[in-house]
Ligand binder design. Structure first.
Ligand code: SME
Length: 167
């Protein structure tokens, strides 16, 4: 039997006893830094970051889309199967890419052009990641609860974006 090298945590410590969202992120972030430390493979690191986020956020779906040939193409994710390609300016993801800004959607039914990969999704947050001032990836998270994401998620998922940009 082969085990992961000892420098990699076997699992993420989920601070379920912490009800405060900010405190939960503050406990999670150092673990995310540790998770990618020493591993040079970008895809492996993003995959593990998404798995750790899914376990910790208790959301329906979390993953990334890569900008490829003027489209967003599905990358590492956790959750139900999702749309593989999104055009620039379409949906929440395509809009975040096109407008180079974070988007927090309290009610997906109220967002014009929202792309429903899962009918269970009720709210969403999307943050772009940049290389040389251009978006190269977007991070997307969906929840079955209305208004699940807020400025706290935007702030701390922004820290996850910084980790991804530094990989
Ligand atoms: N809802 C997104 C599409 C991606 S899935 O939610 C995973 C959008 O409107 O861009």
């Amino acid at each position: 039997m082969y085990f992961c090298p000892s420098f990699m945590a076997e699992s993420i410590f989920r601070p379920n006893h912490l009800t405060d969202k900010k405190a939960r992120y503050q406990s999670l972030l150092p673990q995310l830094h540790a998770l990618v430390k020493g591993e040079p493979d970008f895809l492996a690191n993003v995959s593990n970051l998404m798995a750790a986020l899914k376990e910790s956020l208790n959301c329906l779906w979390v993953g990334v889309y890569f900008v490829k040939n003027e489209q967003l193409v599905l990358g590492p994710f956790q959750g139900p199967v999702a749309c593989t390609r999104i055009a620039r300016g379409k949906g929440v993801c395509g809009t975040a890419w096109n407008e180079k800004r974070n988007i927090v959607v309290e009610d997906v039914d109220a967002f014009p052009g929202h792309i429903a990969c899962s009918s269970l999704s009720r709210s969403e947050i999307v943050l772009p990641a940049f290389k040389n001032d251009e978006v190269f990836l977007v991070l997307d998270a969906d929840s079955e609860q209305l208004a699940f994401f807020n400025h706290v998620d935007e702030e701390y998922l922004g820290e996850v974006i910084k980790i991804i940009e530094s990989l």
